[in-house]
Design a protein. Structure first.
Length: 112
C-alpha cells in the first residue's frame, strides 16, 4: 500500500512540475514575442508593458439618517429571513416586492 501511495505521489509531483514548466515557457515565449529585440533580460523586462493599476480608493458615502434607518431595516429583514422555511421565505419575498421591506419584515416576524 505504501509503495502505491509513494508511486502516486512521485507521478503527481512530476505532472505538476511539468505543468509549471510548460506555463513558464509559455509566459517567456509570450514575453519574447512582445519585444522586438532582446539583447539583455533586463531590457526585455523593461519593455514589457505593465497593466495600469486600478484605483481602489473609494469615496466614502455620506451616511444620512435616512440611509442609516434603511440599512437597519434591511439588516433586520435579512436576519429574520434566515430563520424562515423556504415556503415562508417565498411568501415574505413576494410581500416585500409588492409592498416594501417594512411590510415584508412585519410578515416575517409574524411567521416566527
Amino acid at each position: 500500500m505504501e509503495a502505491l501511495v509513494q508511486d502516486f505521489v512521485v507521478r503527481f509531483v512530476a505532472l505538476v512540475e511539468a505543468d509549471v514548466a510548460r506555463r513558464i515557457q509559455s509566459v517567456v515565449a509570450s514575453a519574447m514575442a512582445n519585444t522586438e529585440a532582446m539583447p539583455t533580460v533586463g531590457s526585455a523586462l523593461a519593455t514589457i508593458k505593465q497593466p495600469p493599476v486600478a484605483n481602489t480608493a473609494r469615496r466614502p458615502v455620506k451616511a444620512t439618517p435616512k440611509l442609516a434607518r434603511a440599512r437597519k431595516l434591511q439588516g433586520r429583514y435579512l436576519g429574520t429571513m434566515r430563520r424562515l422555511k423556504p415556503t415562508e421565505r417565498a411568501r415574505v419575498k413576494k410581500v416585500t416586492h409588492e409592498k416594501g421591506v417594512a411590510a415584508g419584515l412585519k410578515l416575517a416576524l409574524s411567521l416566527r
